[in-house]
Ligand binder design. Sequence first.
Ligand SMILES: [Ca+2]
Length: 294
Amino acid sequence: MSVITTWYELEKNMCKKISSRLLLFVLSITAALIFGAGFWGLSFAQTNPLLTGREGMIYIPPGPFLMGNNASYDDQKPEHEIYLDGFWIDRYEVSNAEFVRFLVAMGNQVEKGGRWIELSPNSRIREINGTYKIEIGYENHPVVNVTWYGAQAYARWAGKRLPTEAQWEKAASWNEVSKKKRKWPWGDKWNKELLNCWEGIHQFTTPVNSYPDGASSYEIQNMAGNLWEWCADWYAPQYYKVSPYKNPKGPGKGDYRLIRGGSWTSYRVFATTTYRGMHSPGSGSFDVGFRCAR
Ligand SMILES: [Ca+2]
């Protein structure tokens, strides 16, 4: 051990100690940050692999799934296995706040004879002095009165598209673990407390993130109730008899587009995961909204 004999040596020695401590401190902080980030990234991915990647969207893995219901209306027959590629779908219905951002950017354009959204009294959005305002308290409620063309235009603007009917049904009904489908998103037992429908509390819409206990197995919310949701496909009652096995996209033409999941105005049968509703694409409604896929 060296003996410090002068102030100069003492000072030099202390500087060395401080520098090495500082270096050690910086190194340990860096290591902690790297390790910590890795740890949280890993644990996040492990606890919920479906929620990684894209804000507000959930990944539905590729694979076969059973579509339709032999125990229900004729247009849901026959039950048939189809295969879907993996896809992303919005966890929530599109909200008034989201749709207003689109209106501000694009305006409320006319397509196929009608405005993208009908700003009638049912809508919580108002056009005031050339801009769009939402009635206070309804920002996070799902947007109503949007035509199919308006929903499609929003999806395109957002870099997304409308889900196909098959994608919607898989996201609402399929359970990856049991490889079985559910009658309602949460399971096979009816429970009016798990959705916004006519049989429960039905005072118009509820926020898009309401009823988390009624979510599908993929944790997608309000697929049953709140609002019917536009799908990309034309409606044809006989389509399941001729549907292709891989990624069906519906018939090439029709008069009505599919809507799915029932709404705040619906009884339980319309809120099932297999019920096929239809609506004229050029008109919106106070009980029809949408979510996007990609
Ligand atoms: Ca819904």
